[in-house]
Design a protein around this ligand. Sequence first.
Ligand SMILES: NC(=O)C1=CN([C@@H]2O[C@H](COP(=O)(O)OP(=O)(O)OC[C@H]3O[C@@H](n4cnc5c(N)ncnc54)[C@H](OP(=O)(O)O)[C@@H]3O)[C@@H](O)[C@H]2O)C=CC1
Ligand SMILES: C[C@H]1O[C@H](OP(=O)(O)OP(=O)(O)OC[C@H]2O[C@@H](n3cnc4c(=O)[nH]c(N)nc43)[C@H](O)[C@@H]2O)[C@@H](O)[C@@H](O)C1=O
Length: 311
Amino acid sequence: MEKDAKIYIAGHRGMVGSAIYRKLEKEGFKNIITRTSDILDLRSQQEVAAFFVQEKPDYVFLAAAKVGGIVANNTYRAEFLYDNLQIQSNIIHQSYLNGVKKLMFLGSSCIYPKMAPQPLKEDYLLTGPLESTNEPYAIAKIAGIKMCDAYRAQYGCNYISVMPTNLYGYNDNYHPQNSHVLPALIKRFHEAKQQNLPDVTIWGTGSPKREFLFADDLAEACYYLMQNYDEEGLVNVGTGEDISIKDLALLIKKIVDYKGDINFDTTKPDGTPRKLMDVTKLHNKGWKHTIELEEGIALAYNDFVSKHVTV
Ligand SMILES: NC(=O)C1=CN([C@@H]2O[C@H](COP(=O)(O)OP(=O)(O)OC[C@H]3O[C@@H](n4cnc5c(N)ncnc54)[C@H](OP(=O)(O)O)[C@@H]3O)[C@@H](O)[C@H]2O)C=CC1
Ligand SMILES: C[C@H]1O[C@H](OP(=O)(O)OP(=O)(O)OC[C@H]2O[C@@H](n3cnc4c(=O)[nH]c(N)nc43)[C@H](O)[C@@H]2O)[C@@H](O)[C@@H](O)C1=O
């Protein structure tokens, strides 16, 4: 990307979009364009078409999506399918019509089959049934990958698909029901400490394993791949290491310095037992994460405390 190129970050107020924005600013890009969802509803074909005709961006980071944790995905199944299909279809198609030079589509590790062998290699896509709690979201994300590939095959568009593992970091969503596990537990342990509560409840059995990447590391990877990767298909972005939810809870408890007990609400879903990314392809392309989990959680916790997040 040329330093004066016009770059559109869709979803720039979100956790990932804001990290990409910071990275591009740090690298000296001055022509970054953004719109909040109240100004531009990316589900609207008319609004997105008018925006692309007006702005004619050179490059697009597609980091806008309907996003949430296991319960949000399972509850708002229609919205996770409709919103994500609309947002990504509108942006990808208008990018084609308006001559965007390169587009990055962000998917998720939940696109892989629930019981796929571990670690998850890129070619396990569409080899088995999906995890039911996030099937609508995963179907939308798989459609996004296939749409990028179809526009590459038929029209020669340089659209790439990046599959991040579970993310956390600055500007995360701390909603008690709709967030992902890591921000949910930061908030719950922090509030339990403040209120001297005797215990904290964790959803599920604690046995599922997840891999976590700090959002600023993902932004570094996105920037690197935008410069150095031009292939069809998908590329995993993660750390290649995972942790059980129980051990994650113990780590957050330690960082927050909460002294009470932990118990488990097994009426809540566990989701996929494990989804560890195989990051061989990413490493072979020349990129590796730098922020380890304990350091990243401390950074996210400080961000949470500094903003006195309320929901
Ligand atoms: N968080 C995670 O653990 C993971 C995320 N991802 C992917 O990364 C990407 C970014 O996720 P993340 O940053 O966490 O999500 P956030 O919820 O933090 O941000 C999503 C952004 O999308 C925008 N958006 C949503 N709906 C609309 C709409 N109808 N019109 C316009 N803008 C809209 C929002 O804009 P506004 O603020 O203006 O309302 C928001 O800034 C997504 O594609 C997600 O699937 C992948 C793997 C894991
Ligand atoms: C990124 C990814 O995010 C979603 O999938 P997920 O990996 O299952 O994400 P999660 O962070 O919500 O849960 C991880 C694990 O943690 C457990 N857990 C414990 N206690 C809490 C808790 O308090 N909140 C949450 N949310 N989970 C908890 C929870 O029961 C589960 O076993 C997808 O829907 C999909 O959208 C997607 O791509």
